[in-house]
Design a protein around this ligand. Structure first.
Ligand code: PHE
Length: 519
């Protein structure tokens, strides 16, 4: 029989295991204990253990699963209560009915970090509501007494009383809260089961001193050749299937790629790109679009008005007058107007544009002044802002794909044709338009496309033919008409990058996604 050859670490590991189980076949030792004893790091020791297993000298066994242990923060909460509990108890015991949030923070005696964690959980549990209706943000308790302990609190107490626990040992009713504990970083999870080495019959019989040391070389070196030592060593076989390290180079952000794609399509359809200011006047954002000055969409909850600058410059006086007259009595457009006194001040207010239609309507002036040959076809892909509550499907700043066609006798069919061909080029075969409403278009249409991949209609945006009330102030009159549309870019992105389920990730840019997303 050829003598057994083992690498140095494996021979050492065998020696240690035999010592620890007194060379008794079936004897068991935990891998970490043996690794310490052999003075090897765990990974190195496990490499040796696998070699021993390959020779049938030991068997490897595993037991247990993840162990949960309270973090320092978790332990603190077990002792003193979760921040939300301490906060609601404080409110109840002080008979608070309403308290400005800043005062709450001062009085309840929690560090700001914990205070805000607590506040957010109080809202989630509906123990407290926070309202911005008053001048200062205020908190209101929604319960009269301290609520009974939650499952989360019971779990924390259970862990505090029972010490680190294997997942399986946690009482059924409390297991559901483990995810929350982990999210709030109140527990640490020790992964990886415990591993054991069990000495086999063969292992018990094999005396390490009789084992020959195996020298395995990864590379043939000039020294090995020159000394003739290559004859004695064995070489590690090449693993031709092993994956090389992955390299990630810089690349264009997926949203920029998508914007470029949309841009290419409009350019290929004969459009020219325009851009307009982000800080707009209410005039272009609303008035020029025949949106009355008391329209609810203008109010603070939708529009970010600016305080610096708070006023903007309006275009030439005649144009402003035309818009005023159109609002007040319809001027020469055939409309009766909105029948109120139009205010120049209101129109001068500075805001962050809420739609890129502000940019296209700005351009109408340009079209007439430059005397450009019709048809004029322009588009814009740009950022807009709305005071929306940000969550996984809403952003307060996003992009619109906007465009106009100015042409003689342009019809709704031309508009449908243009949009359909754009979406065809984006890969959507079915496009549907339905009646819609915008104060600045008549007729107006909603545009939806059919996404085969998910078997759903996606609503993409609005469109229509600008009303005479929008066109006339700039000198655009029948038979010249303006076809217009404004569509969401993020809508397209969420479909294209289906692996993104939280819209905020498009801008948070998780690096894993950025690396993997196909070009
Ligand atoms: N501005 C509209 C929006 O933001 C879209 C639109 C643009 C509708 C042009 C009609 C014409 O939803």
């Amino acid at each position: 029989m050829t003598p057994l050859k083992l690498r140095k670490n494996a021979a050492e590991a065998l020696k240690v295991v035999r010592e620890l189980v007194r060379a008794r076949a079936g004897g068991r030792v935990e891998a970490r204990v043996a690794a310490d004893e052999a003075k090897l790091d765990y990974a190195g020791f496990m490499g040796a253990a696998h070699e021993l297993q390959g020779h049938g000298l030991v068997e490897l066994e595993e037991s247990g699963g993840e162990t949960l242990r309270l973090t320092d923060e978790g332990t603190e909460y077990a002792k003193r209560g979760l921040p939300e509990r301490r906060m609601i108890d404080w409110m109840v015991s002080n008979g608070v009915e309403e308290i400005p949030v800043t005062e709450f923070l001062e009085k309840v005696g929690l560090e700001p970090r914990f205070f805000y964690i607590g506040l957010s959980n109080l809202k989630k549990r509906r123990w407290v509501a926070v309202s911005k209706a008053t001048e200062r943000e205020s908190a209101y308790p929604l319960v009269k007494e301290s609520p009974p302990p939650t499952a989360l609190e019971e779990l924390i107490n259970w862990l505090a009383a029972n010490g680190p626990a294997v997942l399986d040992s946690i009482p059924e009713g409390l297991k559901g809260e483990v995810a929350t504990l982990r999210r709030r970083k109140l527990v640490k999870v020790d992964k990886g089961a415990r591993r054991y080495l069990v000495l086999t019959e063969l292992g018990a019989r094999t005396v390490p001193e009789e084992v020959q040391e195996l020298v395995e070389m990864a590379q043939l070196t000039p020294e090995l050749l020159a000394t003739g030592k290559w004859r004695e060593v064995s070489f590690k076989p090449f693993n031709v299937e092993a994956l090389g390290p992955r390299l990630f180079g810089g690349r264009i952000h997926p949203m920029v790629m998508l914007i470029n794609e949309v841009r290419e399509i409009f350019l290929s359809m004969g459009f020219t790109e325009i851009r307009g200011p982000v800080v707009e006047s209410a005039f272009y954002n609303f008035d020029a679009l025949f949106v009355p000055q008391d329209h609810p969409a203008r109010e603070m909850h939708d529009t970010f008005y600016l305080s610096r600058p708070s006023r903007t410059k309006l275009p030439a006086k005649v144009k402003v007058e035309n818009v005023r007259k159109t609002h007040e009595d319809g001027w020469k457009t055939g409309s009766r107007g909105w029948r109120y006194r139009w205010s120049r001040e209101e129109a001068e207010r500075a805001l962050l544009r809420t739609h890129t239609t502000a940019t296209t309507v700005r351009y109408l002036d340009e079209v007439v002044k430059s005397g450009a040959k019709l048809p004029v076809k322009v588009f814009s892909i740009d950022r807009v802002f709305r005071n929306e509550k940000v969550d996984q499907s809403h952003l307060a700043e996003f992009h619109q794909i906007e465009g106009i066609v100015v042409a003689e006798n342009a019809t709704l069919a031309d508009l449908i044709g243009t949009l359909t061909s754009f979406y065809h080029k984006m890969g959507f075969k079915k496009v549907i338009t339905r009646p819609g409403f915008f104060p600045y278009t008549e007729p107006s249409m909603q545009i939806s496309v059919y996404a085969e991949k998910i078997n759903k209609w996606l609503e993409m945006g609005g469109s229509g033919i600008f009303r005479p009330e929008v066109c006339a102030p700039w000198g655009i009159e029948e038979p010249v008409r303006v076809l217009a549309w404004g569509m969401g870019l993020e809508r397209l992105a969420m479909f294209r990058f289906a692996e993104i389920t939280d819209i905020r990730d498009l801008f948070r840019s998780p690096v894993g996604w950025l690396r993997e997303v196909p070009v």
